[in-house]
Write a protein that binds this ligand. Structure first.
Ligand code: MRU
Length: 359
């Protein structure tokens, strides 16, 4: 999608320099900086520091991480140790584990070092291409939902949480893909963007990407959606997910659950847009999912531009106050109207999710 009218992806392999490039999302929306990843440590830092974030993009970055680790190691017997380091970065987004396993599947005993190196790069590139295609499919299916609301009302107000936009994927996004399709089909859409404390992915990233695509949007504090729902100013909620367990519960950015409860109270449809590799096929009980707990400084500190346009971080809490920062919450399936997947729109329950696997 576009930044300053130029088309970008969030991650790509630079063939000339033989390195992986990413957009450093910790600098957005203030500065557009492209960073190079050349080795495993670069990849681990990029994921930990959240220069890349969002489940599908974490997965794609991890995939290139396996390739870079192998390229630098030149020893397939040591790759498992390296891979475990990648797996230990962020525990909740299942796409990370899916992508690493998908990379390992191309390391075959009968292949030479250079054949494996090539297969790994091909596989990482393929993971990116496949992600784009999945997101486009989500866009096509989700567009129909927005279109039918538009047919009734002539305008659709959409609430979204965190950033499940193209910046969280390779291109198009999950929750935003239907919105981009709606815009391209000239529907009148407006997006309420949850700021999404503590890291403000909504305000810093979702609003930024929607602005760049000329989509009307308004940032709201995380506490504001309730009154908007009461006033009839939200027609539909669309969020992404870091993991949907096979029984149908949804794990997504902290705050998603509260929005889903409020939406149910007001009969507002609550959709979760996911590619197939966000499904955790093994886990039935959400208590078995590790919810990442991040440093409480993410709450305590706020980042912005000072008067000289330098990026600055300031402390906004009383010194000595404790803060607690779980990064995700669980939305039980009863609050989810439907899942918008790349294979179609389904109810979020074990039967329909398992059916999807067999298609
Ligand atoms: O902590 P983040 O920024 O990686 O969390 C991202 C989210 O929670 C997104 O909503 C989710 O990954 C869906 S991305 C398509």
């Amino acid at each position: 999608m576009l930044i300053n009218n130029k088309s970008y992806r969030t991650i790509w392999f630079d063939k000339k320099k033989e390195e992986v490039k990413i957009i450093d999302q910790t600098k957005l929306p203030f500065y557009l900086e492209i960073v190079s990843l050349n080795n495993l440590d670069d990849v681990i830092n990029a994921i930990n520091l959240m220069q890349v974030r969002g489940a599908p993009l974490i997965g794609a970055t991890a995939a290139y991480g396996v390739y870079l680790a192998y390229r630098n190691l030149k020893d397939k017997n040591k790759i498992i140790d390296q891979v475990n380091k990648i797996k230990n970065t962020r525990p909740t987004a299942i796409n990370l584990f899916w992508a690493v396993d998908s990379m390992l599947s191309v390391i075959k005993d009968n292949l030479s070092f250079s054949e494996i190196e090539k297969s790994l790069l091909d596989q990482a590139n393929k993971i990116c291409e496949d992600d784009i295609n999945r997101c486009k499919k989500i866009g096509e299916f989700g567009f129909k939902i927005i279109e039918s609301l538009h047919n009734k009302k002539g305008k659709v107000n959409i609430l979204t949480h965190c950033n499940a936009g193209w910046l969280a994927t390779i291109d198009w996004g999950t929750a935003t893909a239907p919105i981009y399709f709606a815009k391209k089909n000239n529907l009148n859409v407006h997006v309420w963007v949850d700021e999404t404390r503590p890291r403000n992915q909504g305000a810093s990233l979702t609003s930024y990407e929607l602005n760049n695509e000329n989509i009307a949007n308004t940032i709201i504090a995380d506490n504001t959606a309730g009154i908007l729902m009461q006033r009839g100013e939200i027609d539909i909620c669309i969020v992404g997910a870091d993991r949907v367990i096979v029984s149908g519960d949804v794990i997504n950015k902290i705050g998603t659950f509260l929005k889903a409860i409020a939406a149910k109270e007001f009969n507002i449809p609550f959709y979760v847009a996911i590619p197939m590799n966000t499904i955790d096929w093994k886990t039935k009980n959400f208590k078995d999912v590790e919810i990442e707990e991040r440093n409480s400084n993410e709450l305590r500190n706020i980042k912005g531009l000072d008067e000289k346009n330098n990026l600055k971080t300031v402390d906004v809490y009383p010194k000595g106050s404790k803060a607690y920062n779980p990064a995700f919450d669980i939305t039980p399936k009863k609050f989810v109207t439907k899942l918008i997947t790349n294979k179609g729109i389904i109810n979020s329950n074990i039967n329909e999710i398992l059916n999807l696997k067999n298609e």
